[in-house]
Design a protein. Structure first.
Lengths: 61, 346
């Protein structure tokens, strides 16, 4: 099976989309924002769980 | 949170931030992707070859510093370069009445970017099979080692989408890792009957499913750019989908059993079965059949010659980063399970 003709079409399209138009920086920025959001939500969940765990271990709290 | 606990969690986030920045900003090494006209007949022709990735020539480069040679069978055909741009080369070639082989590969020798290759770049029609005339033969110039700085390797067909390697593969590794934890927990649950192992297995499968679905999504996107379809009927791809469906069945089973006291034991048996199927479907069966997927029969994988040092410098942090993030998510789910179990049983 020969995939080369398809590679020509998509390789150039991808090249142009990401790098020719400077969109690689936009993709990088969006990915970093998503990662930061995910990390913050995990961190908040971590803190809340710690509070719940301490309440469970100390019924008076 | 103890300092070590914070360190590895935020370390995973920092590693992934590095992977994102490096992964999207590192240029691709140059590679030839397109030739025109692709079909040639005996006579004189003007050829054009297009490249992607980093420029292989300066805008004001001298044609004399470059050399374009076509290979027909075991013989080399001379060309005369007429124009060089950072991403293309134009050359004149004379196709004789007889060529050793109708399929011709192209080699572009550059002073800084090394040798660029395009297999089956041209096809000669209406020519007999025979040796090349002496005046059209070329001598291969001495190859120079490429001096491209930090850049990702050029792979035909994959091209720019090689960056997806930093997402797709580590996500599957993370899924394997956490499903392995679930498998061990289920075995321990079956041996001891303790609820704590069931809570671990449930958290592991739930987290692993997230990464399995992400692995499928990134794989499908990759297939679209390299194979031209979102999904192809391939043993590796179908195996991955069946695996994710099997683990979804684990969740359905637990939900169906509800508060039944046998839920832990039944789910553990199912989870052991699911993990064995995961190994068979993803690591055994695809190796016995033809597969488009890299690393399987009939298709090259990301072996030592593909994963060059620049890619390794980002790929290994990606594996550690995704693995640690997955483990962080697993520990959160496990702690949530414990709190929930404590509230339900007190």
């Amino acid at each position: 099976m020969n995939f080369r003709p398809m590679a020509h079409l998509f390789a150039n399209a991808l090249e142009g989309f990401f790098f020719g138009s400077g969109k690689a920086h936009v993709v990088t920025g969006v990915a970093l924002i998503i990662l930061a959001g995910l990390a913050m939500s995990l961190w908040r969940m971590d803190r809340r769980l710690r509070r719940l765990e301490s309440e469970q271990h100390d019924p008076k709290a | 949170m103890s300092s070590w606990n914070s360190l590895w969690k935020w370390g995973s986030v920092a590693l992934l931030a590095y992977v994102i920045v490096r992964g999207f900003s590192t240029p691709l090494q140059p590679g030839l992707v397109e030739s025109s006209p692709s079909r040639l007949a005996p006579g004189k022709h003007a050829l054009t070859l297009q490249a992607v990735g980093q420029p292989f020539a300066e805008p004001d480069a001298e044609s004399a510093d470059f050399s374009l040679i076509l290979r027909s069978g075991k013989e080399l055909v001379r060309t005369d370069i007429t124009a060089i741009t950072p991403h293309s080369v134009e050359a004149d070639v004379i196709i004789p009445e007889a060529v050793p082989s109708p399929a011709m590969d192209a080699f572009l020798f550059t002073p800084e970017a090394g040798t660029l290759f395009l297999g089956n770049a041209f096809f000669v029609e209406d020519a007999a099979v025979g040796p090349l005339p002496a005046d059209l033969r070329a001598e291969a110039p001495t190859e120079v080692a490429p001096d491209l700085g930090f850049s990702f390797p050029y792979q035909p067909t994959i091209v720019e989408s090689i960056r997806n390697l930093l997402w797709h593969v580590p996500m599957w590794f993370a899924m394997f890792f956490v499903m392995g934890i679930g498998f061990v927990a289920s075995l321990a649950q079956l041996r001891t009957g303790l609820v704590k192992w069931d809570l671990r297995a449930e958290a592991a499968v739930r987290t692993g499913l997230v990464f399995g679905i992400l692995g499928l999504a990134t794989g499908s996107l990759w297939a679209r750019f390299t194979w031209g379809a979102w999904w192809v009927s391939d043993p590796q791809l179908n195996g991955a989908l069946v695996t994710v469906l099997l683990y979804s069945g684990y969740r359905v089973l637990r939900a169906a059993l509800g508060e039944d006291e046998r839920v832990g034991r039944i789910a553990a048996v199912y989870n052991v079965f699911a993990f064995v199927m995961l190994v068979i479907l993803l690591m055994v069966l695809p190796r016995y059949t033809e597969s488009l997927h890299p690393g399987k029969d009939g298709n090259p994988g990301f072996n030592s010659y593909d994963l060059d040092n620049s890619l390794r410098a980002v790929f290994y942090p990606a594996v550690i980063g995704w693995g640690a993030l997955c483990y962080w998510m697993y520990t959160l789910r496990l702690r949530m399970n414990r709190v929930e179990h404590h509230l339900l049983t007190r």
